[in-house]
Design a protein around this ligand. Structure first.
Ligand SMILES: NC(=O)c1ccc[n+]([C@@H]2O[C@H](COP(=O)([O-])OP(=O)(O)OC[C@H]3O[C@@H](n4cnc5c(N)ncnc54)[C@H](OP(=O)(O)O)[C@@H]3O)[C@@H](O)[C@H]2O)c1
Length: 335
């Protein structure tokens, strides 16, 4: 049998996700790789997709997008990436329906896992590292980043935020991290003592950003929250600055007078890994996947696991995935 996680209507993931048994996939056809999964991550984006689902066809939708496992079979005459062979450890992304004991993946989505990586890191090897690569590239498109300009990122204690922080340190990019609580700020300072952290729970947080920027222009802000926080970030940006939105955690919209954009000639940009998949050339995608593997090897200790659950505990797992103050990614071990 193949136990997998599905939903038939949108809503709170803890309420609408169900584990069902389906028959095991048959042998792979050309272009396909059969993977027996060993772990998969519960990303915030996976849960947002469940909440936002508006379909009502009654057909189960399979949840998840990334998983790690072992190759069980490869379709005849199927071209595969280096290292992908029967018995090899692989990570699969993108694969809609990755939260499953068995995955019949498109061969192009199957990436070999470097030997030295644990299953815990391998399960997070693609989505978040690729996102961090995509965001750093977007930030560096601004002439000042890497020179005199300051990069700001919110939700900086997130899994993506920690990878970006480490990347900025490695590439000598001046960064100010922003989190919502002093508790989160203290944890981040402990991990990255050389990167200033500002907590928005303090009323003077915007002035504190000016202070730590030390007269240098805040040129780019990376923000997965939106809403009122994004409005404040636009106020903080220097003329010619750019706000990059890559998530939608705030419930309220970003509301701003046109003059905010006009007077400082600001740019507002949205980035998602979904558009990375549809808009980025195959060569660039391959290069970003290679970079993601290197990030996973070099920064393995930044791939914290918040908690690990079995398929029987999906409701608790999805609650833990959005619990304030948790650090790291929630993983599921499906067997
Ligand atoms: N665009 C894309 O393709 C893409 C790809 C990957 C991730 N993302 C987005 O990036 C974000 C981070 O993902 P992740 O997997 O790294 O997350 P994560 O590890 O689960 O961390 C979530 C972080 O968000 C913070 N947070 C949650 N709600 C908040 C709020 N209302 N205001 C301020 N901070 C809040 C939490 O802070 P506390 O520590 O205070 O709880 C925590 O640090 C998510 O929004 C996700 O959707 C987007």
């Amino acid at each position: 049998m193949n136990r997998c996680v599905v939903y038939t209507r949108g809503g709170l993931p803890a309420d609408v996700l169900a584990v069902v048994e389906e028959s095991e996939p048959a042998a792979p056809e050309t272009g396909q790789v059969l993977v027996r999964t060993t772990a998969f991550p519960v990303h915030p984006g996976d849960l947002q997709a469940v909440e936002a689902y508006t379909g009502n066809a009654g057909q189960p939708v399979h949840a998840g997008i990334e998983a790690t496992g072992v190759v069980a079979a490869i379709g005849p005459s199927t071209p595969v990436a280096a290292g992908v062979e029967i018995g090899a450890r692989v990570t699969v992304f993108p694969h809609p329906g990755a939260w499953s004991q068995w995955i019949m993946a498109a061969a192009r989505a199957v990436v070999a896992v470097p030997e030295q990586l644990s299953d815990e890191v391998a399960a997070q090897m693609l989505v978040n590292p690729i996102t961090s690569v995509m965001l750093r590239r977007e930030a560096e498109e601004h002439d000042s980043i890497g020179y005199d300009g300051v990069l700001l990122q919110t939700a900086a204690g997130s899994s993506v935020g920690r990878l970006l922080t480490a990347a900025c340190l490695a590439h000598d990019i001046s960064l100010v991290n922003v989190v919502r609580s002093e508790r989160g700020a203290a944890k981040l300072r402990e991990r990255f003592p050389d990167v200033p952290v500002v907590a928005t729970e303090h009323p003077g947080w915007a002035d504190e950003i000016d202070r730590v920027a030390d007269g240098n222009p805040v040129c780019v802000a990376l923000d997965p929250i939106g809403g009122k926080l994004a409005e404040r970030l636009l106020d903080l940006l220097a003329p010619g600055g750019k706000l990059v939105c890559y998530g939608q955690m705030a419930e309220e919209p970003i509301s701003l007078p046109a003059s905010t954009l006009l007077q400082k000639s600001l740019t507002l940009r949205g980035k998602t890994i979904g558009r990375w998949m549809s808009e980025t050339s195959a060569e660039r995608q391959a290069s970003d996947v290679a970079a993601a593997k290197l990030i996973a090897i070099a920064l393995a200790d930044q791939f914290d696991v918040a908690a690990t659950y079995g398929l029987g505990d999906m409701a608790e797992a999805v609650k833990q995935a959005v619990r304030p103050g948790k650090i790291g990614t929630v993983l599921i071990r499906p067997w």
